[in-house]
Design a protein around this ligand. Structure first.
Ligand SMILES: C[S@@+](CC[C@H](N)C(=O)[O-])C[C@H]1O[C@@H](n2cnc3c(N)ncnc32)[C@H](O)[C@@H]1O
Length: 171
């Protein structure tokens, strides 16, 4: 019995370490956006049913689930943390939007955003320069970008929500 408890404890510790350490390695805490903030951001982008949204660093999948469930979008999350990816998958399944949500485990700088209609990113200003270069290179004209709590250098926001710190850009 003691051995079983020991194995369980080690398992839980390993999961907890992965949950915290992988995002930390990428310089971010595993914190999800609040639902009102996500809803406000998505509304600003004026999403149309069937459009494709990417969440760069999709955490526990809150943005993906809301985008699919409330706005009828096809949502793609790219997330480095394996525990976050697993939680996102469960969240999408529980909310009945598995067929509209795709979760890719990995580094979003290595993925191509050519088919994105909307890009959501809740990161820090450390990512701003590298991200704006990637978005400038890959996004199609007309794609919208939502950044939360940081802005994109060299891009003019078409809207800025001062209260929620949300920037909306159009390519
Ligand atoms: C602040 S959380 C935001 C989560 C989610 N987008 C939300 O708004 O609820 C940032 C997430 O980005 C992930 N992340 C940071 N850099 C990444 C990278 N280069 N590739 C993939 N995921 C990354 C972290 O693991 C973390 O889960």
């Amino acid at each position: 019995m003691q051995i079983l408890f020991g194995i369980l404890a080690i398992f839980i510790i390993v999961i907890a370490l992965f949950w915290i350490l992988v995002p930390a390695f990428y310089g971010l805490p595993p914190i999800s956006s609040r639902n009102e903030r996500i809803r406000r951001a998505l509304e600003l982008a004026n999403p149309q049913v069937g459009e494709r949204l990417y969440d760069l660093g999709s955490g526990h999948g809150r943005v993906l689930v809301m985008a699919a469930k409330e706005f009828g979008l096809n949502a793609v999350g790219i997330e480095a943390g394996p525990v976050q990816c697993a939680v996102s998958w469960v969240n999408a399944f529980r909310n009945g939007v598995r067929s509209q949500v795709r979760i890719e485990a990995g580094d979003f700088y290595k993925s191509n955003l050519i088919d994105a209609d909307i890009v959501f990113a809740y990161l820090t200003s450390d990512h701003a320069n590298r991200l704006q270069e990637k978005l400038s290179r890959e996004l199609k004209p007309g794609a919208r970008v939502l950044t939360v709590s940081f802005d994109l250098p060299g891009w003019d926001a078409v809207f800025f929500d001062r209260e929620q710190l949300i920037y909306l850009y159009k390519k």
